[in-house]
Write a protein that binds this ligand. Structure first.
Ligand SMILES: [Zn+2]
Ligand SMILES: [Zn+2]
Length: 462
């Protein structure tokens, strides 16, 4: 039982050589690397088949020290190596007695257990891939190159997805996300929630319904969009047979609604929010214990805190940066800090900010109250609930990638604050200005979008 470093000493070697030449030296030290715990390796291999990250494969450790060169007869020990004294003196190194293992054999053995592989497959689907949230459009008002308008796909299980809002271009975003698999994805969408009738939240719906028709079993549309779809049906092409419509009001807490319409949506709740007339937020509970809440467009709203209480994942609009509170009130949207504050009131596990004004082309401005429970959405971003811890850690990399844009936006903010100081007392709102900054252009785009929305309303009334 001599360490290798001692075996290498000439003094020690000399001592060993003083034994008769018939003496065999059994060396047992850190160089013994035989696996002695095969069953431990076996169970880890089986568990690893269930989840490779939670149950990582075991490693073997070999000492880095070189072995001493010995001139005396010696035997290096192995686990379960035997030395027999009677009837004859001999080493017994039975192949079966000295443990060894082959991972492939373990895998084969587990694969033969009834239902094991099928359940592993299900497990993988459910644990690692679902639920997953795919952001298809994270901008507000008008579609832009980098951020499309509202559309968020929630893949609840391998066979069922829900789409939260469906702005113009949502089908195109789905094609870019899923390529040739888009038909499978479309056929899994069982429900579309339309939060309100602003154009950036629903004008992609007809295209989506049409595209889904090929693989369609009637899908549910939750929203107040009947008059739009009815007009399209009456004047353009038949579409009313492609969905069941459930008015948002039917799913509000305490609502009296026909059971046959809502019973499939027991876990789906809506509430009116502070945006435009008939604007709704929603939340839904999954039987496996998670809850998702989606704000649609709104100013901070207590009714939404109520239906979103203890949400696992909150998707909240954060149209404007901090400092633009007046503009946010005027447009009835939320600022970054207000959105984060809503998540804190709800006690949400994770808050994903969404629906950014197009003035924040690539990235929104971060506020001071960002915590490790807050993330920022991007088009084509896919988030699984296991990613919550990772998302905030991406922020430094995002900040350096978009450093130039962030700096520009900071400068705009400073200019705006300076102007507001100068004009304080004049009654001029702090967010308006006559310069040609991007903020101004962004605001102009929003006014245009609002005008387009008014046009659309007029069309609806006609
Ligand atoms: Zn909007
Ligand atoms: Zn809106």
């Amino acid at each position: 039982m001599t360490p290798e470093s001692v075996l290498q000493l000439d003094r020690y070697k000399g001592w060993m050589e003083r034994f008769p030449s018939t003496t065999e030296h059994l060396i047992l030290n850190e160089h013994v690397s035989t696996v002695h715990n095969v069953s431990c390796h076996k169970i880890q291999t089986h568990l690893n088949m269930i989840h490779p990250d939670i149950f990582p494969p075991l490693k073997t450790y070999k000492s880095k020290e070189s072995r001493a060169d010995l001139s005396v007869p010696n035997v290096r020990a192995e686990c379960l190596l035997k030395f027999q004294l009677r009837p004859a003196l001999e080493w017994q190194r039975l192949v079966d007695a000295i443990p060894s293992y082959n991972t492939e054999d373990f895998v084969k053995e587990a694969a033969e257990v009834p239902n094991f592989l099928e359940n592993v497959e299900k497990c993988r689907d459910i644990c690692s891939k679902h639920p997953e949230v795919v952001f298809l459009g994270t901008g507000s008002a008008v579609p832009m190159k980098i951020r499309n308008v509202s559309g968020t796909l929630v893949n609840i299980s391998p066979g069922r997805s829900v789409l939260l809002d469906c702005g113009e271009g949502t089908f195109g975003q789905l094609c870019r996300q899923y390529g040739d698999d888009v038909d499978q994805v479309l056929s899994r969408i069982s429900t579309v929630f339309i939060s309100h009738l602003h154009a950036d939240h629903h004008t992609g719906l007809i295209k989506l319904l049409r595209q889904r028709q090929r693989a369609l079993v009637r899908q549910h549309v939750i929203g107040d969009i009947m008059s739009w779809l009815g007009q399209y049906h009456d004047h353009c092409e038949e579409i009313l047979g492609l969905f069941n419509l459930i008015p948002n009001m039917f799913l509000c807490p305490g609502a009296e609604a026909p059971k046959e319409k809502t019973q499939a949506f027991i876990q789906f709740q809506t509430c009116t929010v502070r945006h435009c007339k008939n604007a709704f937020a929603c939340s839904f509970d999954h039987q496996s214990g998670w809850k998702l809440a989606f704000s649609g467009d709104t100013m901070p709203c207590n009714a939404f805190v109520h239906i979103g209480k203890n949400a696992t994942f909150l998707i909240h609009e954060a149209t404007l940066e901090d400092g633009l509170e007046e503009a946010a009130v005027e447009k009835r949207h939320s600022t970054t800090s207000q959105a984060i504050g809503m998540g804190m009131k709800m006690n949400a596990d994770f808050i994903m900010l969404n629906h950014f004004s197009q003035r924040y082309t690539k990235i929104p401005i971060f506020s001071k109250d960002f915590t490790d429970r807050v993330g920022v959405s991007f088009d084509h971003m896919r988030v699984r609930f296991t990613d919550f811890k990772v998302l905030p850690k991406l922020i430094p990399a995002l900040k350096s990638l978009f450093a130039e844009e962030l700096e520009e936006m900071e400068e705009r903010r400073e200019r705006r604050e300076l102007k507001s100081l100068r004009s304080s007392g004049s009654g001029e709102p702090i967010w308006s200005g006559s310069d040609t900054s991007e903020a101004e252009r962004g605001a102009k785009r929003e006014h245009e979008a609002a005008a387009a929305s008014m046009d659309a309303k007029r069309l609806k009334l006609s």
